[in-house]
Design a protein around this ligand. Structure first.
Ligand SMILES: Cc1cc2nc3c(=O)[nH]c(=O)nc-3n(C[C@H](O)[C@H](O)[C@H](O)COP(=O)(O)O)c2cc1C
Length: 476
């Protein structure tokens, strides 16, 4: 149910489109619903509708210039007064200017001066070629990524006589979309959690975008005040993945080691050791409804529990520095596999879980056995395994194979050579995983089967766009 009880101060912006007459119907409805409306528009708007109509409907003088004597600061004052901004109709010209941050009219000034938490709804209206023009599409994409709500257009007859996308939504549909967004309970409330560092405002339509939790970098297991056990993980793969996911309209929470590489736009949170990583994963998965978790962090299999220094045993971690020169014995305890707990911890039991498996072998039978072993212990707990083999990894190359974990088989569904390929492949798996054809299989359960392996360059055409040149095929 829509809640029309909450009354807003709506800054209603218009630009020079033939759809301006439809915006008048929307202004009229919003005013009748009891909202305060202040209209501001580009000068070109008056080529399509009259100032008297807009003033009559909103019952306030219309602002169409940045420089009006006695109202010089309106471009700031109105931006502060508003509790929401609706830009309808938004022309191609104004959208492209907006994306470039141009403020040469009152509309551009007001939008630039708007505080980031005040929602802006951009309602495009234009000819289909203007809409589909790559410049306009890029601008709309950019505005979306900046956190604005860009409403879709509808296909249909246009004023110019052509038929296609770009036609403005009907006033009732716009109203529904705007107020649904204002009133729907979010299950991913970015603003109530202090542990998330907000590098950008909550993204638009964040209730409908798929939500991904990615872990990145290496854990640090403290021994004393200054020493710890860690690994070489840089977080670089996770960073590239997070950035591509963001560009593909996923909402990303990036849980990273303190010194891991960070993406530009994700919501960031950090961890140090295994315990903190576990607690934060548990917090996110149980509090929010994530669609995917990608375990890209290198998590220590062991944590130090005790230290024996000159025959005196103490529990770890120590809060002071151990003196150099002493002989040390450190006892390590095995950690649980967080990846296996993801579904159990998750509020969304249908969450898709992606695990990484790094092997270190030149022998394909050993690799196959390692994959079978991990898969047999993880049926029903993980959905995809991204496999890398250490001897094949170089500074520039990350050869990888992605398997879908089935009930009986590991299905090879994608592979590639670089980190960027890996990110593309994985995103494709997340979006279309169940539809992707498998190019070869590994039987999970039969660990004792004799195997022979070969390299096969003849791969069936795959509906995704990956360039599959060579498949490492394992016959069982
Ligand atoms: C009859 C007519 C209809 C137009 N309709 C649109 C439209 O729906 N969308 C659009 O982007 N531009 C449309 N234009 C072109 C814009 O009015 C023009 O690009 C103008 O510079 C926009 O200025 P503004 O963005 O400052 O308001 C139309 C032009 C004419 C003459």
């Amino acid at each position: 149910m829509l809640n029309f009880n909450k009354k807003h101060n709506i800054l209603f912006l218009l630009s020079g489109s033939i759809a301006a007459f439809k915006a008048c119907a929307l202004i009229s409805e919003l005013a009748q619903d009891g909202h305060q409306i202040q209209v501001a528009c580009t000068k070109n708007t008056f080529n399509f509708i009259g100032e008297a109509t807009l003033e009559g409907l909103s019952q306030k003088p219309v602002i169409s210039s940045t420089f009006t004597s006695g109202h010089m600061m309106e471009h700031i004052h109105l931006a502060r007064w508003a509790s929401m901004v609706i830009f309808c109709p938004a022309t191609a010209n104004s959208i492209n200017k907006l994306a470039a941050g141009i403020a040469d009219d009152i509309v551009g000034n007001l939008i630039l001066a708007k505080e980031s938490h005040i929602p802006l709804y951009i309602v495009p209206a234009m000819n289909k070629e203007m809409y589909l023009n790559p410049i306009t599409q890029k601008s709309l994409e950019h505005l979306t990524h900046l956190g604005h709500n860009v409403l879709k257009t509808q296909a249909g007859h246009q004023a110019c006589g052509e038929v296609g996308l770009g036609r403005m939504l009907e006033p009732s549909e716009i109203k529904k979309l705007v107020f649904e967004d204002q009133n729907t309970e979010t299950d991913f409330d970015y603003l109530d959690d202090e542990t998330i560092k907000y590098d950008k405002p909550a993204p638009p339509n964040h209730k409908t975008r798929k939500k991904v939790l990615i872990t990145a970098g290496g854990t640090k297991e403290s021994i004393d005040q200054v020493r710890f056990i860690t690994n070489f993980s840089s977080g670089n793969t996770a960073k590239i993945l997070a950035e591509k996911l963001e560009r593909n309209d996923y909402d990303v929470v990036y849980l990273h080691a303190t010194d891991a590489k960070k993406p530009k736009n994700a919501h960031l949170d950090q961890f140090t050791g295994f315990n903190e990583l576990y607690e934060k994963i548990e917090h996110y998965l149980s509090t929010y409804k994530f669609d995917y978790i990608i375990h890209a962090a290198a998590v220590s299999d062991y944590s130090p529990t005790e230290i024996k220094v000159d025959n005196i045993t103490t529990s770890l971690p120590l809060t002071k520095k151990i003196n150099s020169g002493s002989e040390l014995t450190i006892k390590l305890k095995q950690n649980i596999k967080i990846v296996n707990k993801s579904k159990e911890l998750s509020r969304n039991k249908d969450i898709t879980v992606v695990a990484f498996k790094l092997t270190n072998s030149d022998n394909s039978s050993d690799i196959k056995n390692a994959l079978q072993k991990i898969a047999s212990s993880k049926i029903n707990t993980i959905d995809y395994i991204v496999h890398n083999n250490l001897p094949e990894i170089t500074d520039n190359k990350l050869p990888h194979v992605i398997y879908r974990v089935g009930d009986e088989n590991l299905d090879l569904i994608a592979q590639g050579q670089t980190k960027a390929d890996m990110a593309d492949n994985l995103i494709n798996c997340l979006s279309h995983g169940s539809e992707l054809a498998s190019t070869s299989k590994i039987l999970i359960k039969d660990l004792n089967t004799n195997t022979n392996t070969n390299t096969n360059t003849n791969i069936t055409a795959n509906k995704n766009k990956f360039e599959i040149k060579k498949t490492f095929q394992i016959n069982t």
